[in-house]
Design a protein around this ligand. Structure first.
Ligand code: ATP
Length: 444
């Protein structure tokens, strides 16, 4: 894991938030490469679950909502972890994560066994909306994006004119005052979620949960995380939330252990019914054909953007021995991202930076690629070094403009370039015409 953390910092994927002030526990910044990777992930999720489907629509809800939402959803009352305090060093820990010695729990910070009884600790971050910091003005930063999709169910149903089954998708920030932020970005206090609420008739709920499990596994495969790397944890009776009739956790083998990437839960009609009860408003569905009115059930596939981004980096990270300059063996660090996830799709290099004809040609290729993909121009250092730098950020293709391109070695290869492939390190000669189409189809 240290190697991954160090690469992420060195190459501009992830930085500690507020680093020059010593950071802040549980908060992270994504640098130039990280933001591209995360954006590619969110865009592809959106494409798969909204744009390529007839039965899904999107929304973008506010982070702060009426406090009544969190009373109705149960978050104000019960969104808490049981916590204990160490009476010796005052550290606070999750009761269910305390290590044990001879059957007695002890403080992982100082080793003391003098620990308080567990107490509920609410995970919602608070603020105040308005000039007075009164209880009346108390608001929460949403701990999940889901609730906006429930409380806007009626508006979306009416404006989109969808029929059941149909779903709403949303990507956005969520906040949880996690007691123990840890494992890098895996457990943060500010993070992003990609959530779907898929509304259906009660009799279809269980089958649709299995349907979404399969859809989501396909999605992970399509971003470069094979299904063999994902463990499906079918949460047994008694361990699920009381309203859920089926829940699957999808877990990925991170270097720090098998941990949850996504939860797929059949939540019955619990959420809509709770909002109907608390708001006094109707959130029913009317089936025109059957002339029936009822509260829809819902299946919720809820994924974490940051956790999936971290899984993508872990899955892509590779080191291999290759022949370097002069035939000496050297270690190549390479991120083998699926091309559609890679932050930079194509490196563009003139063989020499002091040869204007080469530079001009390379810049014209950059200009042609830019509207279609993230390309990166680099003219400094030996070509081999430039390839290695792109390998480290996972760029699947590099294009080099050389003397053949500009016709200095005869007419045969004019307007062709070397296309170098990251994984095989193979190079081929390809015409500039058609290059953009070829790369665009490889990254789609
Ligand atoms: P955990 O058990 O790991 O705390 P959870 O079961 O509480 O997670 P959910 O409430 O189901 O998580 O949230 C859905 C998804 O949101 C999770 O699968 C995860 O990808 C993401 N997520 C939840 N909490 C965090 C966090 N603190 N940091 C980063 N991502 C998170």
């Amino acid at each position: 894991m240290e190697k991954i953390v160090s690469l992420c910092k060195r190459r501009g994927f992830i930085f500690q938030s507020s680093e020059i002030y010593g950071g802040i526990n549980g908060f992270w910044d994504y640098g130039p490469m990280g933001v591209e990777l995360k954006r590619n992930l969110k865009d592809f999720w959106w494409r798969r679950v909204v744009r390529e489907r007839d039965d899904m629509v999107g929304m973008d809800g506010s982070i702060i909502m009426n406090r009544a939402v969190w009373k109705a959803s149960g978050h104000e009352e019960t969104f808490s972890d049981p916590m204990v305090d160490c009476k010796n060093c005052k550290a606070r820990h999750r009761a269910d994560q305390l290590p044990q010695k001879d059957g007695t729990p002890y403080c992982p910070n100082c080793g003391s066994r003098d620990i308080t009884e567990p107490r509920a600790f609410n995970l919602m971050l608070k603020s105040h909306a308005g000039p007075v910091e009164s209880d009346e003005n108390l608001v929460y930063l949403r701990p999940e994006t889901a609730q906006a999709m429930f409380v806007q169910f009626k508006n979306i149903l009416e404006t989109s004119r969808k029929k059941l089954p149909f779903g709403i998708a949303q990507v956005g920030k969520a906040f949880r005052n996690e007691i123990n932020p840890r494992n890098y970005t895996f457990r943060s206090r500010e993070f992003e979620q990609m959530e779907i609420e898929y509304f259906c008739r009660e009799e279809d709920g269980l089958a649709l949960t299995d349907y979404w499990l399969e859809e989501r596994l396909k999605f992970y495969e399509d971003i470069g995380i094979p299904r063999t790397k994902i463990k499906i944890h079918d949460i047994p009776d008694g361990e699920r939330a009381f309203y859920s009739k089926k829940t699957y956790d999808l877990e990925y083998e991170f270097p720090f252990g098998l941990s949850e990437l996504e939860g797929i839960a059949y939540r019955t009609d619990y959420d809509l019914s709770a909002h109907i009860r608390h708001s006094g408003k109707s959130l029913d569905y009317f089936d025109d054909e059957k002339k029936e009115k009822f509260v829809p059930h819902v299946v919720e596939p809820s994924a974490g953007v940051d956790r999936t981004t971290l899984a993508l980096i872990c899955e892509a990270y590779d080191e291999e021995e290759v022949a370097g300059d002069g035939g000496k063996s050297e270690t190549r660090t390479v991120l083998r991202f699926h091309p559609r996830m890679a932050p930079v799709k194509c490196g563009v290099f003139p063989l020499l930076k002091n040869k204007p004809a080469l530079v001009e040609k390379a810049k014209s290729i950059m200009a042609a690629l830019r509207p279609y993909m993230m390309a990166f121009y680099d003219e400094s250092g030996a070509i081999g070094r430039r390839y290695r730098r792109q390998d480290e950020i996972g760029t699947p293709f590099c294009v080099t403009v050389d003397f053949d391109t500009i016709g200095e070695n005869g007419p045969d290869n004019v307007d062709t370039v070397t296309l170098r492939h990251r994984d095989s390190m193979q190079q081929e000669r390809v015409p500039i015409a058609g290059l953009r189409e070829r790369l665009a189809s490889a990254i789609l």
